[in-house]
Design a protein around this ligand. Structure first.
Ligand code: ATP
Ligand code: MG
Length: 259
């Protein structure tokens, strides 16, 4: 029997080994991406099963799901490093997506960023993964996927997993604990020194782009984003930008040297 999952206002259902979600204008591109990831050996993402009227049918990723504030298995070191390994796997497998699908017109929810090295997940956060014990078994919610540099996606993932968040509902640990988690994520991803060097700058740019996107969508009449702005969701991103700017040097030093 179908069971509604996720936030009550979203029509997302779980039925046995399947998830049924509303289609979006970019869904066809995402379905091609999921097929590509599967063909290239990524087991930890949903498989595209089909379209049923106005809905998409995807495979269900078995495991526990979580949200902020992070506690229990999702806050563990294993969850952090297995998430980073999965992000690396996704990026590596997606690097050939654009060249092997060049005959198609792609449509993405978020604007592509240069250089288009990989397909970024776009929201690789603790609330979009499933866990088996302390190990990430998969990632879902590919709606925000878009082409871009690896570090663009890595920056947002590290921001979410460290997490460099200031809202008391989202925050976890001291600044030095956050830096340690950020470094562990970067190490498990296999980030280069050059990527670590630019990571905080990228987080700030990524968050600024997110706030600009929310505002533009709200101005264009998107009800979801109008509500988000009215509830002040963008203000916590702006506060996090300030936090990152304030601690940019010490975070970067920690990422590069572990000190
Ligand atoms: N393929 C999947 N496998 C397992 N669980 C899933 C899958 N897709 C969605 N879910 C569950 O449904 C919830 C909502 O789905 P999803 O993250 O795709 O949509 P959303 O737009 O982010 O909705 P919400 O705002 O509720 O988070 C997820 O947090 C997760 O618990
Ligand atoms: Mg989600």
């Amino acid at each position: 029997m179908e069971k509604q999952i996720g936030s009550p206002e979203r029509a997302i259902y779980h039925d046995k080994d399947r998830v049924i979600r509303p289609l979006n204008p970019w869904s066809e591109t995402i379905h091609r991406l999921l097929d590509h990831l599967h063909t290239h050996g990524v087991a930890g993402c949903p498989r595209f099963i089909g379209v049923d009227g106005e809905q998409e049918v995807l495979s269900y990723i078995d495991g526990e799901t979580y949200n902020y504030p992070l506690s229990g298995a999702i806050a563990s070191h294993h969850a952090l490093t297995s998430a980073a390994s999965l992000l690396r796997q996704l990026h590596d497998a997606s690097a050939s997506f654009l060249s092997s699908n060049s005959e198609h017109q792609h449509q993405w929810m978020l604007p592509a960023q240069a250089p288009q090295e990989v397909i970024c997940h776009g929201d690789f956060a603790p609330y979009n993964v499933a866990l088996k014990g302390e190990v990430v078994s998969g990632v879902f919610d590919f709606d925000t996927a878009h082409p871009g540099p690896r570090v663009w996606d890595l920056a947002y993932a590290v921001y979410c997993w460290a997490p460099f968040k200031t809202d008391p509902m989202d925050a976890l640990g001291t600044l030095s604990a956050q830096i340690e988690r950020a470094k562990a994520f970067c190490d498990a991803y296999g980030a280069s020194a050059a990527q670590c060097q630019m990571l905080v700058e990228m987080m700030i740019k990524r968050l600024a782009a997110l706030v600009a996107f929310m505002q533009a969508e709200a101005d264009a009449g998107n009800e979801q984003f109008k509500a988000d702005i009215a509830q002040g969701h963008h203000l916590s991103y702006l506060a996090d930008i300030d936090y990152l700017k304030q601690h940019q040097q010490i975070i970067t030093l920690g990422l590069l040297t572990g000190k």
